[in-house]
Design a protein around this ligand. Structure first.
Ligand code: FAD
Length: 449
């Protein structure tokens, strides 16, 4: 906080955007705006995202890069429309944010609280460098402090978690409105203002078979397309039919397709829920609309479970800094046989047509239906005996809706190593094929029949 020559107090904050790339219903941004006369919105392109995994593929593949680039471009426009800007910088947050914050004399960096080892380590490093950081948890429907049970006693299985919520008076908070005007950004020295925003990944020509054609304006990355899609989805009967259509293997409307926008934070889950409730009030609640709520609750469950476990481990060892999740070494990458099996799985050449079709779709489009994610994961783990971490890393590289909580939680659930293990989930390929692709249409579509 300092005084301008005319006597007015200047208070500058930096908002560090991460996986919360929107303006609507944004508690973190609200926190950053309180009493702030100048706000600098920043996004860091972390060089670790350009690294390779131990299994020899890019940590962040082309589909994800393109969807993120579109999301950032849209956020920049929306910020500019409100008198602000977006500074994109190359570098690890711990390296670039202190320099930026000091150069604009920011009193505080505000960001989303993310309970993942890498993000926690960056925030710790910033604080260690003397930067005040306010990390705001805002990625769930339910505020962790307003659950019908203390977070550390949260049920570790989904059904009792859901029942405890449904049987209580707990309600998700209403979404916050979008700010109409933002404080101007402070001047940033050109050497610090970055050039990453101008580096655009190779365009994707699209694939007519895609269930999420993100090269089209209707499915583009960013809040603008997200809000338009949300409005369109609930303007007709799709939600009512959701329960019967959600297990179809392809199609743009068989399921809600909110996930790529939710994963980037371009869409707020509370905004989705508010639209769902409005839809139910206007058109009537149904099995379909209930099933959407049910799935959104799975998303909350995986996030809150991670938060619960970390809270418990901090309470058990308050001085311990959570170590980053170990990346497997060459040993961890598996034996030659399982590595070979993994490669066949990854490239869609296992010889099992439905699995291969799904894996080809994933690589070609960056999207895969929930049913095929389950089947593909189960096949890798339980039939091929390969490393689930390798599979999860491949999904993380390819999925435009990659979300560490949901990806990790679902892989663990199927492997039987998560907090809700139920001994793992093994899907029978023949049965799945009979039930979901009886005439082989999907297999033919992806050249796997
Ligand atoms: P819908 O069926 O319309 O569901 C509505 C919303 O509910 C979704 O957008 C999503 O936010 C949430 N949801 C639905 N199913 C799940 C679920 N099983 N777990 C958590 N949330 C759910 N989802 C991701 O968003 N990111 C991931 O990285 C991811 N990885 C997965 C990995 C595996 C092995 C499996 C089996 C599932 C994974 N999922 C992941 C969950 C699910 O497959 C996707 O959320 C869903 O297919 C996205 O399509 P949709 O938006 O049309 O979902």
């Amino acid at each position: 906080m300092r005084r301008r020559p005319g006597g007015r107090t200047v208070s500058t904050r930096l908002y560090w955007f991460g996986t919360d790339l929107r303006l609507d219903d944004h508690p973190g941004l609200r926190r950053a705006l309180a009493g702030t006369t100048r706000l600098l919105p920043v996004y860091c392109h972390d060089p670790r995202d350009a690294a390779m995994t131990p299994w020899g593929f890019a940590r962040v593949g082309g589909h994800r890069q393109r969807f993120l680039a579109a999301t950032l471009a849209d956020l920049r426009v929306r910020l500019e429309q409100r008198g602000s800007t977006l500074v994109e910088v190359d570098g690890r947050p711990r390296d670039v944010l202190p320099v930026l914050a000091r150069s604009v004399q920011a009193t505080e960096v505000v960001c989303e609280a993310v309970e993942q080892a890498e993000s926690l380590a960056e925030v710790d490093a910033l604080r260690g460098a003397g930067i005040a950081v306010a990390a705001v948890w805002h990625s769930t429907l339910f505020d962790p402090q307003r659950l019908p049970f203390p977070l550390h006693d949260m049920p570790r299985h989904f059904t009792p978690f859901r029942q405890a919520i449904e049987q209580s008076a707990a309600r998700a908070e209403a979404p916050l409105p979008m700010p109409e005007v933002l404080p101007p950004p402070p001047p940033v020295p050109p050497a610090l203002s970055g050039s990453a925003g101008t580096a655009t990944p190779q365009p994707w020509p699209g694939d007519a078979r895609s269930s999420f054609p993100y090269h089209l304006p209707t499915h583009a990355g960013g809040e603008t397309a997200a809000l338009a899609h949300l409005a369109r989805y609930f303007s007709g009967p799709l939600a009512t039919a959701y329960r019967t259509t959600r297990n179809r293997l392809s199609g743009t409307d068989n399921s809600t397709k909110f996930s790529p926008w939710l994963a980037h934070g371009a869409l707020s889950p509370r905004r989705v829920l508010a639209q769902l409730r409005r839809f139910e009030a206007e058109r009537g609640a149904s099995d379909g609309s209930y099933a959407i709520w049910f799935e959104l609750l799975w998303r909350d469950f995986f996030r809150l479970l991670v938060l619960r476990e970390r809270q418990r481990s901090r309470a058990a060892a308050p001085a311990a800094v959570a170590p980053p999740a170990p990346l497997p070494d060459a040993e961890g990458a598996g034996s030659a046989a399982t590595r070979d099996a993994f490669e066949r799985w990854r490239s869609g050449s296992t010889g099992v047509p439905l699995v291969d079709a799904g894996m080809r779709e994933l690589a070609a489009t960056g999207f895969l239906s929930n049913r095929l994610r389950q089947l593909a994961a189960s096949y890798l783990i339980h039939d091929l005996g390969a490393d689930p971490m390798a599979g999860a890393a491949w999904f993380a590289s390819q999925l435009i809706d990659f979300d560490p909580y949901s990806n990790d939680g679902n892989w663990r659930y199927i492997a039987g190593t998560g907090a809700d293990p139920r001994g793992g989930r093994r899907f029978n390929v023949e049965k799945q094929t009979r039930d979901h692709d009886p005439d082989g249409q999907f297999q033919v579509l992806w050249g796997a029949a």
